[in-house]
Design a protein. Structure first.
Length: 362
């Protein structure tokens, strides 16, 4: 009887040890998998990231500049939609028998010969050598074409990669700046905290959109510029959170224990405190990404975003007003659907991660 009890005791202790040793991240992953909405949102975000990875490697959307269709070709599922009214000469009052003014009617008949006649005759005789075979333009595409006959689907896929890349790298830069400054201010305090708080107050006193436009006007247009702008203007919320967390954690027992074994200041800040607040950074990263996607759309729509040789959701929406006047709605609908699905999935995933990473949730 005693031997059976002794054999069962290690198993009980081992199971208790395994349960107690589960980390915050493993518990959070278990909670996230139970949340159907959050897990579905995670799968959607992963699908978008894979799509963007393919576009960055030019496996998807590499031919978005090719003019393969007629201007404003309708989607294949909506071929019944009229393509708009073309402006003809009759509609503006010009007829074939219109006479020109006497001053513009013909060249001066007093000229004995045309000095360019010989060159024009030679060019016409050699025109056949330079003729190129005209590729017939498509009349419909899967999601239609824009005003230059470019495939809206490929254009949207490429624009998705640009917008998401700007948001992800911009969020990373903002996290990096805000975490570094917040850690220094919260850990050291005193005059260091006063100087950084003064710097923080200057940035927060200016409206966000005005600050974005100010930086956009100073720098040149482009993807790199947008990433720098977002990183320099969106770090304030991270700074405030990290400052408070480091002020709270620097007096905890585990930091005092690290101090007793001779750990340096940077080691205590970034190897002891930072891993314990990293779950907050993950949630804030998702929030910043959603905000920067919207900001990129606004800046590119206003003409301060990506370069004219690049495409993004904002630059595509900038073409929409002129198209809607003529009744061409498919580019607007495509961009809106792509953007709405990603932003909604990111927002739902952020809420789910906040609940999953909350230590108070059992």
């Amino acid at each position: 009887m005693t031997s059976q009890t002794s054999d069962q005791t290690p198993n009980i202790n081992q199971s208790a040890t395994n349960t107690a040793s589960r980390s915050l991240w493993s518990l959070a992953w278990k909670r996230l998998r139970r949340d159907r909405v959050g897990f579905t949102s995670l799968l959607i975000v992963i699908a978008y990231l894979l799509l963007c990875l393919g576009a960055w490697m030019n496996l998807i959307g590499a031919d978005w500049r090719d003019e393969i269709a007629l201007p404003h070709a309708p989607p294949t599922f909506a071929t019944w939609i009229p393509r708009g009214t073309e402006i003809k000469a009759d509609s503006v009052g010009i007829t074939d028998d219109a006479t020109l003014d006497d001053t513009d009617s013909a060249p001066d008949e007093t000229d004995d010969s045309d000095p360019l006649a010989a060159l024009l005759a030679e060019a016409e005789s050699n025109a056949g050598d330079y003729e190129q075979q005209q590729v017939p333009k498509l009349e419909t595409l899967i999601l239609g074409a824009d005003g230059r006959g470019r495939d809206i689907l490929q254009k949207t896929l490429k624009g998705t990669s640009v917008s998401v890349m700007v948001a992800l790298f911009g969020s990373f830069c903002a996290i990096l700046i805000g975490t570094l400054l917040g850690a220094i201010a919260g850990y050291f305090g005193k005059w260091v905290d006063d100087i950084l708080m003064w710097f923080y107050s200057i940035f927060t006193s200016i409206p966000d959109m005005l600050l974005l436009l100010s930086f956009a006007v100073v720098f040149a247009r482009g993807i790199d510029t947008l990433i720098i702008i977002f990183g320099l203007t969106s770090w304030t919320s991270i700074f405030r959170l990290m400052r408070a967390e480091f002020m709270k954690h620097k007096h905890r027992e585990y930091v005092q224990a690290a101090d007793t074994i001779g750990a340096g200041q940077s080691r205590k800040m970034f190897l002891h405190i930072l891993p314990n607040v990293s779950h907050i950074l993950l949630v804030q990263f998702s929030i910043l990404t959603v905000g920067m996607i919207k900001s990129e759309v606004v800046l590119s729509f206003l003409g301060f975003g990506v370069d004219i040789t690049q495409t993004s959701w904002g630059s595509m929406l900038a073409e929409v007003p002129a198209e809607l006047i003529q009744g061409y709605w498919w580019q607007m609908v495509t961009v809106t659907v792509f953007m709405s699905v990603l932003v909604t999935a990111f927002s739902l995933l952020t809420d789910s991660m906040r609940d999953a990473l909350d230590p108070k949730v059992k």
